[in-house]
Write a protein that binds this ligand. Structure first.
Ligand SMILES: NC(=O)C1=CN([C@@H]2O[C@H](COP(=O)(O)OP(=O)(O)OC[C@H]3O[C@@H](n4cnc5c(N)ncnc54)[C@H](OP(=O)(O)O)[C@@H]3O)[C@@H](O)[C@H]2O)C=CC1
Ligand SMILES: O=C1O[C@H](COP(=O)(O)O)[C@@H](O)[C@H](O)[C@H]1O
Length: 491
């Protein structure tokens, strides 16, 4: 299925001067324009409440491009050309009457309308109702909303109900930017285009799976948001469970959005509920203390700007997840994610079971498991660890483990790998929902993580401390060691 060209769009960007817009969305639109993917006649209306004129807004957005676009990809004249597509409208999102002005901007335009809500989720319903009140949207309007959808199952239902009262599910594009990452998409190709893997992808052949999403950064001045969320809501409920679903789901019957989403939902429904008695062996939460991160001394979580010194919010989580279905029975998924870990590293390791009958040197038995390492970051690619005979007459039948390596940037001359937001915006412009999250996915994910949070709230242990720049609390190592395994470290 090759990419088709998007039709011209009018994009209303609510929250256009906020953090996400500056860091990700404006740079992504710029890159799409530079690549010739913003169809002729496409326009962006930046919406925010700051009293600025268009020249000042252009200056701010140019500053964002200078700061957040890779310097090798920043071209001033292309940036200025792109900004010609951007208008600005001062708007209080709460004020229905103000929304009339949006119709003036549209002025009967025939471009597809995309509404991007880059603002707090509590505003989604308000904005939707106000747009509806001034008849700005049609049944063709696409509406993009950001994660997190709510704070728990109940609040996500409220937001989904508010949106659902105005828009059909087919109009809603719920972003999880991990689904826009090149390697994440490649999971679908890897699994369902290669029968070699498809035929080995179950409890008969796989012993366990690891998913690590580690960040070296802390909370980046986002205390207000992060302390209410914590790592389970910020990363597990969405990105990590989406990765797990793509690894664990059954083959969809085709590549349509609903076929893929149906399979992901089946996985979410099969996740074993974490009961209070499981917490000690299946869940570890941590919070960073001061330490050294990438060579620099950094404060602990409780010393971050704006911190409440008694917060028990977790900045690290490790979980052992069981999937109660035929394919994955007895195959634990160990997942961990945290802030202020030693490096920015995202990888999935599929550990295959050893051959049923081992005939080589008993001392080398520990080598006997093939591993498939899928790297999301850094150096997107894959590496299959296989066993070969060590070369040389004197080595006899000594085994050696080596990689079959595929680093995308080296193997394929595919040019730059687009940022996740570029791909997602491009798919919105084309109206493809397969990289976006359906309502029931969001709600099943909340249902599962809510239990963990509830167990903590009802007398769970406080987070275990770990020094910034380390791999989280030792308890996360103990969790996997108890099963006779260890977190994968590249040799
Ligand atoms: N930042 C990030 O890295 C990520 C953010 N997200 C999600 O994206 C969304 C936006 O986040 P972020 O950009 O960080 O938030 P910000 O607070 O930085 O930006 C939100 C913007 O919305 C504007 N706004 C809020 N209320 C109103 C109102 N009543 N009328 C007019 N403007 C209003 C704010 O204006 P003002 O500046 O005047 O207050 C601000 O510019 C959130 O849902 C967040 O969870 C998701 C993933 C990552
Ligand atoms: O959604 C979020 O993701 C980022 C990590 O994204 P990445 O693409 O840099 O891996 C995380 O830092 C942030 O806390 C979270 O809200």
């Amino acid at each position: 299925m090759a990419d088709s060209t998007a039709t011209p769009c009018d994009i209303m960007l609510f929250g256009a001067l906020g953090n996400l817009a500056r860091r990700k969305l404006i740079p992504a639109f710029y890159q799409l324009d530079r690549a010739g993917l913003l169809a002729e006649g496409s326009r962006i209306l930046a919406l925010a409440r700051r009293n600025l004129d268009i020249a000042a807004v252009h200056r701010q957005l140019l500053g964002a491009l200078e700061e957040f676009v890779n310097p090798e990809e920043f071209d001033r004249s292309a940036a200025e050309g792109f900004l010609q597509r951007v208008d600005y409208q001062i708007l209080d999102f709460n004020n229905t009457e103000d929304f009339q002005v949006l119709n003036t901007w549209r002025d009967g335009a025939r471009n597809e309308l995309i509404v991007y809500m880059a603002c707090p989720p509590a505003m989604y319903g308000v904005i939707g109702r106000n747009l509806h009140a001034v008849s700005c949207c049609t049944e063709r309007t696409r509406v993009v909303v950001e994660k997190p959808i709510g704070h728990d199952l109940e609040s996500s239902r409220v937001i989904n109900d508010e949106l659902g009262a105005i828009y059909k599910e087919s109009q809603l594009f719920r972003i999880d930017h991990y689904l826009g990452k090149e390697t994440v998409q490649n999971l679908i190709a890897l699994r369902f285009a290669n029968n070699l893997f498809a035929s080995q992808w179950d409890q008969n052949h796989i012993s366990h799976v690891e998913i690590t999403v580690a960040e070296s950064v802390g909370i980046e001045g986002r205390w207000g948001y992060f302390d209410k969320a914590g790592q389970v809501r910020d990363m597990i409920q969405n990105h990590m469970l989406q990765l797990l679903c793509l690894i664990a789901m059954d083959p969809p019957s085709d590549l349509s959005a609903d076929s893929i989403r149906d399979e992901k939902v089946k996985v979410l429904k099969a996740l074993r509920k974490v009961t209070p008695d499981m917490m000690a062996n299946y869940v570890v939460r941590g919070q960073y203390t001061a330490g050294t991160s990438t060579g620099v001394l950094v404060p602990g979580y409780l010393e971050e700007e704006g911190a409440n010194k008694r917060s028990e919010t977790e900045t690290f989580v490790a979980l052992k997840v069981e999937i109660d279905n035929w394919r994955w029975s007895g195959v634990p998924f160990y997942i961990r994610t945290g802030k202020r870990l030693p490096e920015k590293l995202s990888q999935i390791i599929i550990h295959f079971k050893p051959a049923p009958h081992y005939i080589f040197d008993p001392d080398q038995r520990h080598l006997a498991n093939n591993k498939l390492i899928i790297r999301l970051e850094p150096d997107e690619g894959m590496s299959l660890r296989i066993l070969t005979k060590d070369q040389g007459l004197h080595k006899g039948m000594r085994l050696r483990q080596g990689p079959l390596e595929l680093t995308f940037s080296e193997t394929f001359d595919a040019g730059r790998i687009p940022d996740a937001y570029e791909r997602l915006l491009w798919e919105v412009m084309k109206g493809n929902q397969y990289l976006f999250v359906r309502r029931d996915e969001v709600e099943h994910a909340w249902r599962w993580v809510d239990r963990i949070i509830q167990n903590w709230n009802e007398g769970g242990e406080p987070p275990k401390r770990y020094a910034a720049g380390t791999w989280g609390p030792v308890a996360s190592i103990a969790m996997i060691t108890r099963d006779g395994r260890s977190w994968y470290e590249d040799a």
